[in-house]
Ligand binder design. Structure first.
Ligand code: BGC
Length: 762
């Protein structure tokens, strides 16, 4: 293959090369007929196919019918990587039937704030979970010979000013939080393409950012596919090629193509850079075309799969025992979303579904002989309608239970803009409260893409199901769980805060004057709430079941281990209730001590297990080097430190059932990073620094105590009332020497340079 590609490149004109690097139209690359290079067809993504009937036209009319699977907000809550693979396989079958080479998904951006308009398209606030989900989605799709586009790379965590805003994020948070899910997905899944984001990262457009596209993605992670721009994300085509962006979409963009040709002719752009992008594009075009695109897909089977995934993604947040429903004679079904399912968000991921399960009808099918009555309860917009509340209350009063289907107005959660707040509409809050007042068995079913405020009403109701945006079969999945056909097993892939003001990004959202500062650093989601001890409505990883689980007998393969070997954790989980159910076992790692600040705990492994009543299974979860490492911005690499770690095994981030303490031995031989600005304390923390500076420091300490009149034990703080050595500890060596200059054999700066030369020669 590489020979064939090489041969084509030698035969291509400069104009053809430049044209190949820019799309031919909205959805395809530029074909080169004379050299037998076909076009590559792309379509959105991520949770279904938005295939336009004419991929060569610029129009954005109705797409071809395709299965609308649950959105990432729901699939992530399944914590089931096998199911995500199956989703990927089904998506690929639809791509093959509808003639699509690459599906534009999955999205692996972090949920930095619940307000991001596109959160429903993203998996989690946690990079490990999001990375696992994205990797398995990719593996599923690509196992059938269809490509994926992992997006939006990177640091696209809001819609506000998404085409221009600069996300200002420090390198460590970039690596540990914002890139980590992409890294996992790239390394494990090997996507055909990665899509860059619109925004700037620390002042440079993501489409031109050499650091992320070339240094990290291609060189460090070994990405072999092509980088495609988000649609319209390129500002400077030549700079983008230099940065590592291979394919600009959409096209045609004749003036851009011309600019690339001119840049090569003038010597501004090295033709080797262009050739490399051409090579990457050709490789993916030919690879994708190995799979013939023909046939049909099984719409019934895919609808059933969509239903299965959404039943597993539903999270039971509260249940006083009213669920599963049993023996009710009359159920009041309240809420517009019961008749008109709210199952997807707005924007480029909007699918034209093959069919839609209507929640009310589906409940009726499963509710036995119960009488079901309906009231809309709220309008489709944010208007306040007391009459609708009154009707709902009248119905609920005479019923044995009330099921409220609550969904925000459909346009609120969308690509292109963020939510203004986390609240349900004023009408919906009033409705829930009014119904709950007359009906003790009030059950709230939520369909949203991101957390909503619940504190005003949650104490009033008997049960709450979080359904997320569940795809076209969601209505049936809700009935499955309400009626107990399926035991809920979803767990939250994000924290539900009590109120917006509690969220970590609150004071740095959504940015101003062209930039948004990621001031909370590493501390997004539960990393923040845990560390800051902020109470939450529902913690990360939380979800109830109709049964209960007990954890016992936690073991680790070795209590002392080398970082490169990792360890394996195992725990016995027993179903202690009366119904078959599934539990998501989560392993978090807590570092006892580190040279840099670390979150209290971080998710590093999980597994989902199904258990019959009374059954016990041993769950095994491996932890590798990265489970214990952090990114050190000065060493510019992932490092481990020798020391103790707690392995926290739990049913959620806040419900730790078993703890094991292990000792890690770091095998890293880190280079010495002491420089002229390193402080005395930093010198003394480094064994090599201590050897060089230690003896001199003893003398210097005596001298300075004399000079400043403070005593060694600290009881006398001398002429200026301070412990001088505490101040010196956090000053660079040369600066300290300047204070005691008169006692030194040569200028302090020179002495500091000598120490530095000595330490670097060790
Ligand atoms: C979105 C992408 C999408 C692309 C093509 C962009 O506006 O950000 O996620 O894949 O359009 O529709």
């Amino acid at each position: 293959m590489s020979d064939k590609i090489q041969e084509i490149i030698t035969k291509m004109t400069l104009e053809e090369k430049a044209a190949l690097c820019t799309g031919a139209n909205m959805w395809t690359t530029t074909p080169i007929e004379r050299l037998g290079v076909p076009e590559l067809i792309m379509s959105d993504g991520p949770h279904g196919l938005r295939r336009m009937p004419d991929v060569h036209a610029m129009s954005q009319g109705e797409s071809m019918p395709a299965t609308c699977f649950p959105t990432a907000s729901c699939t992530a809550a399944t914590w089931d990587v096998e199911l995500i693979r199956q989703l990927g396989e089904a998506l690929a079958e639809e791509c093959i039937a509808l003639d699509v080479d690459v599906i534009l998904g999955p999205g692996a951006n972090m949920k930095r704030s619940p307000l991001c308009g596109r959160n429903f398209e993203y998996f989690s606030e946690d990079p490990f979970l999001a990375g696992e989900m994205a990797a398995n989605y990719i593996i599923g799709v690509q196992s059938k010979g269809v490509g994926t586009s992992l997006k939006h790379f990177a640091v696209n965590n809001q819609e506000f000013q998404r085409f221009s805003i600069s996300a200002e994020v420090d390198e460590r948070s970039l690596r540990e939080i914002y890139l980590a899910a992409f890294e996992k997905a790239v390394k494990q899944g090997k996507p055909y393409t990665v899509m860059c984001s619109y925004n700037k990262i620390n002042g440079t457009f993501a489409s031109q950012y050499h650091h992320t596209l070339t240094e990290i993605l291609k060189d460090e992670w070994g990405f072999e596919g092509l980088v495609v721009s988000d649609w319209g994300a390129v500002r400077d085509r030549v700079a983008a090629l230099k940065g590592g962006l291979d394919l600009e979409m959409p096209g045609p963009q004749d003036h851009r193509v011309k600019k690339v040709v001119e840049a090569v002719r003038s010597g501004e752009l090295d033709e080797a850079v262009l050739n490399e992008s051409v090579r990457r594009i050709l490789r993916i075009v030919f690879k994708a075309k190995e799979t013939p695109k023909k046939g049909t897909f099984n719409a019934d089977a895919h609808h059933d799969l969509a239903r299965k995934i959404s039943t597993e993604g539903i999270v039971l947040l509260k249940n006083n025992g009213v669920l599963p429903l049993k023996g009710q004679q009359h159920i009041a079904v309240i809420g517009h979303a019961a008749e008109s399912a709210h199952f997807q968000g707005g924007g480029s991921s909007h699918i034209n579904p093959t069919r839609v399960a209507v929640p009310f009808k589906e409940l009726k099918l499963q509710a036995g002989n119960a009488e079901l009555t309906y009231a809309a309860g709220y309008p489709t917009d944010t208007a306040f309608r007391q009459d609708l509340i009154d009707q709902a209350v009248a119905l609920a009063t005479t019923a044995d239970a009330a099921v409220l289907y609550i969904a925000l107005p459909s346009y609120i959660e969308s690509e292109g803009y963020d939510r203004a707040n986390m609240d349900l509409t004023e009408q919906q809050v009033a409705l829930i409260k009014a119904v709950a007042k007359v009906q003790p068995n009030t059950i709230v079913v939520l369909n949203n893409g991101s957390p909503v405020t619940m504190s005003p009403w949650i104490d009033d109701v008997a049960a709450v199901l979080e359904g997320y945006m569940m795809g076209q079969a969601g209505g049936a999945a809700i009935a499955d769980v309400l009626c107990g056909k399926v035991n809920p097993s979803g767990k939250l892939a994000e924290t539900f805060p009590v109120k917006l003001e509690d969220t970590p990004a609150y004071i740095n959202w959504p940015g101003e004057a062209g930039a948004v500062r990621y001031g909370e650093g590493l501390f997004i989601g539960y990393r923040y709430y845990d560390t800051k001890k902020v109470p939450v409505q529902f913690p990360f990883g939380y979800g109830l079941s109709y049964t209960t689980f007990a954890y016992s007998n936690a073991k680790v393969s070795s209590h002392t281990f080398k970082d490169v070997d990792g360890v394996t954790v195992s725990v016995d989980v027993t179903n202690t209730g009366k119904m078959t159910g599934k539990e998501v076992v989560q392993v978090y790692v807590h570092d006892h001590a580190a040279n840099l600040v670390r979150p209290v705990k971080e998710l590093k492994g999980f597994a989902k297990v199904e258990l019959k009543p009374g059954e016990t299974k041993t769950v095994t979860i491996p932890l590798d080097f990265r489970a214990f490492a952090f990114y050190h911005p000065e060493y510019k690499q992932w490092i481990t430190e020798t020391g103790d770690f707690d392995l926290l095994i739990g049913a959620s981030s806040a419900d730790i059932r078993q703890t094991l303490t292990v000792t890690l031995e770091s095998t890293l031989n880190l280079p010495c990073i002491l420089d002229m600005e390193s402080t005395i304390r930093e010198w003394m923390a480094d064994p090599r620094g201590k050897t060089v500076l230690g003896p001199f420091l003893v003398t210097m300490e005596e001298e300075s105590r004399k000079a400043f009149g403070s005593s060694e034990t600290g009881e006398s703080h001398g002429s200026i009332g301070m412990n001088i050595m505490d101040m010196f500890g956090d000053m660079p060596v040369a600066s300290v020497l300047a204070f005691v200059q008169s006692n030194l054999p040569k200028p302090g700066e020179e002495m500091a340079k000598d120490f530095l030369a000595a330490v670097h020669s060790l």
